[in-house]
Design a protein around this ligand. Sequence first.
Ligand code: MTE
Ligand code: MO
Length: 425
Amino acid sequence: MSHELVRLLAEHEGVSRRFFLGLGTVGAAALSVLPLAGLADQKAQAIAPELAEAIARLNYLTPADDFQTVERGNPLPYTLPPDKLAEVGLERDTWKLEVVPDVASKAKVERPLSKDLGTALDFPGLMKLAEKHAVKFLKVISCNNIGSPLGMGLWEGVPLREVVWLTKPVENIRRVYYHGYHNDDPKQLFQSSLPIGRVLEDPPGEYPIILCYKLNGELLSGKRGGPVRMVVPDGYGFKSVKWLTKVVLTNLFHANDTYADGNNDIDSWMKTFARFVSHPTMVKAGQPIPITGLAQVGISGLSKVQFWLHPREVALPKDDPHFTAAPWKDAEILPPPAGVDRWGGKLPDNRLPENVVNFDASGKPKHWPLRYALAHWAALATDVPAGKYHLRCRTIDERDIAQPLPRPFQKSGQNAIQQVALTVE
Ligand SMILES: Nc1nc2c(c(=O)[nH]1)N[C@H]1C(S)=C(S)[C@@H](COP(=O)(O)O)O[C@H]1N2
Ligand SMILES: [Mo]
């Protein structure tokens, strides 16, 4: 097991351990089943690789290098040699962002930010805007086509609208199109779009769309999309275009997202769903069963995580594909990391900086869990008779709707109920 993974497990267990200890003797007994406890007494049962991967991804803040990556490009833009990187504007001191009207659609701005006119936005220009307008928020990046999150970050940027206003927009603007550097090859273009309204105004409680230049307190690496990527807080990953170079203000009323071609629902907000992080696969009868996991908190929030142990020989109910009538039990949603210096993610001193949206002056979240972030959870199943089981988990959102509803369609974001096998001997 890699050093990194042990560290990540330790962080997840740090949160979970307090929960089990809080349950008294039964809980304390359960501690021995947590993956790291096994390691400690040298009987390290191998952790299934997919579980290990999930754990690595699902620790509270994910170090930038440990994010799972979804990227296209041949060559990948950030792997170009340094002089080429500089030439194409993928170094901070040569980066330029154009923000121009789509004249063919009659979109009109007074002051386009363009390379030809010498008015394109450069990195010092962005930093100047940041002095006044920088925002920082927690957000998990998830690909709507992948079943568990890619990484949980503290993202910092300047609201896109500040740059839109710099162009002095006049009229005929209904949508914002944007893309990243793609080796000047139309076939490699990766683009996305947003309604102008979402860019200019945030619905109550929502974060702004940002031109992002920092992740976990460090300037954004090329691999994560630097110098600057779009970050769309409420959207799936494909909206957060990396190596951003161009924004077009258009009067066209429709989306142009590359992801639309893959049959994806390009208007999908992030969904709420639960995943396992650790659970035993085999326990002795009478032994308490510790279960831990995480939940992505989507637009409808998170009120509960639940689990269900279903004896495998019992037939599944007919006409209830989402198991709404099953005897689900509540798990416990774990609190945020204890202490401002316990957030991980290779933040300087592990410390969350000041002025993170939704955090108070003492560095505590104003409520928990936060939308578009992860929540960790844990449960202890006791008195489970011997038998072979399927263990499942699900979320209940703040509208009391159970996963995978209200939006079960996979191309709007993968949120099927997860199931794992468990034997009690
Ligand atoms: N320029 C560019 N931006 C991109 C992509 C890409 O291929 N090219 N992939 C997108 C997709 S589909 C996802 S899910 C996220 C993944 O972000 P990450 O690699 O930082 O985890 O990046 C998005 N931004
Ligand atoms: Mo994606």
